[in-house]
Structure formats: structure tokens, C-alpha cells
Design a protein around this ligand. Structure first.
Ligand code: S3P
Length: 165
């Protein structure tokens, strides 16, 4: 079976949903952010600060390449779609679910979170800007869009399972 990829904006619930989905389907799961933090032995803020965004993006690509031929679930950082080669790989190698949430909903969910280096400053404005840039990229990469608005975890997981047939 092809890998299942979960993509979407920061705060969309990719990591949480991916872990529960994996246990429902009895599959392995990896999270690209968690892999990077484990390998670098640093948190994401520190990686961005010390090495910059490009270094982080290259690590994301490296991890995608390592896992593209294994069955299982891969949950991704919100910026994985920024690099064209990642979009191509995700779309060609796996089944890609885009977990959609509106920018207002995203803001509510991550208003008090300080772990995301790209949202330092005026969070509302930064979310809106990134959201507009990335929305077409998520849509271009995904095979299935799952609207997470007003749905609990169980409903979202069931929708994904139904799509997998
Ligand atoms: C990022 C999203 C984060 C993390 C990093 C960059 C982004 O992951 O990879 O802070 O560019 O959208 P989450 O989507 O899990 O928050």
C-alpha cells in the first residue's frame, strides 16, 4: 500500500489525527517535524534561528525521500508544500489528505502557541499571508480535501477511512 500523507496549515491537526488514524489502521506513523527535532536534537525555533528556513526545508525533503516507499502514515509540517519537488513527491508517491481549516479557526487554535518560528509577530496577519500563499499549493498537492471545521477527531478519522475504502 502507498503511504498516506496528511498535509495542511499549522494547527490543522495533522499530527494528532495521524497518530489516531495510525492506531485505527494498525499502521506505522512518522511526523516530519518530530523526526527533524529528534535528529537535530533541537526544537524547531532553534533550528530556524541557528540554520535558517532553507536548512529546515532540506531536512523535510530528506525525510520525505526516506519514507516514500514505505507503507504507513506520514504527517507533515505546514510548509512541506513550499518546495515543488516535495509537492510532486507527495502527490505521486502517496495518497494525500489535505486537512482544511479556515484562517480564523487556525488563529483560534494556535493563538497562544509559541513553537512556530514563522508566526512570530502579528500572528493574525502572518497566518493570513501564509494561508493565501499556501492554499493553492495544498489544493494542488492533495488527492482528498477534508474540511475539519466543527468536526471532532473521530469524524475526521472516519472520513479519511471512508475515502481509503
Ligand atoms: C511550519 C509548520 C510547522 C513546522 C515549522 C514550519 C510551516 O509544522 O514544520 O514551524 O512552515 O508551516 P506544523 O504544521 O505541524 O505546525
Amino acid at each position: 500500500m502507498k503511504p498516506i500523507y496528511l498535509i495542511g496549515f499549522m494547527g490543522a491537526g495533522k499530527t494528532t489525527i495521524g497518530k489516531e488514524l495510525a492506531s485505527c489502521l494498525n499502521q506505522d506513523v512518522i511526523d516530519t517535524d518530530e523526526e527533524i527535532v529528534m535528529r537535530e536534537k533541537k526544537n524547531i525555533n532553534d533550528i530556524f534561528e541557528e540554520h535558517g528556513e532553507e536548512y529546515f526545508r532540506n531536512l523535510e525533503t530528506l525525510i520525505l525521500n526516506e519514507f516514500d516507499n514505505r507503507a504507513g502514515i506520514v504527517t507533515t509540517g505546514g510548509g512541506i508544500v513550499v518546495k515543488p519537488e516535495n509537492r510532486k513527491k507527495l502527490n505521486e508517491k502517496g495518497i494525500v489528505f489535505f486537512l482544511y481549516a479556515s484562517p480564523e479557526e487556525i488563529f483560534k487554535r494556535i493563538e497562544n502557541d509559541h513553537s512556530r518560528p514563522l508566526l512570530k509577530g502579528d500572528k493574525k496577519r502572518l497566518i493570513q499571508e501564509l494561508y493565501e500563499k499556501r492554499m493553492p499549493l495544498y489544493k494542488e498537492t492533495a488527492h482528498v480535501v477534508i474540511d475539519t471545521t466543527n468536526k471532532d477527531k473521530a469524524e475526521i478519522i472516519q472520513e479519511i477511512i471512508d475515502c481509503l475504502g
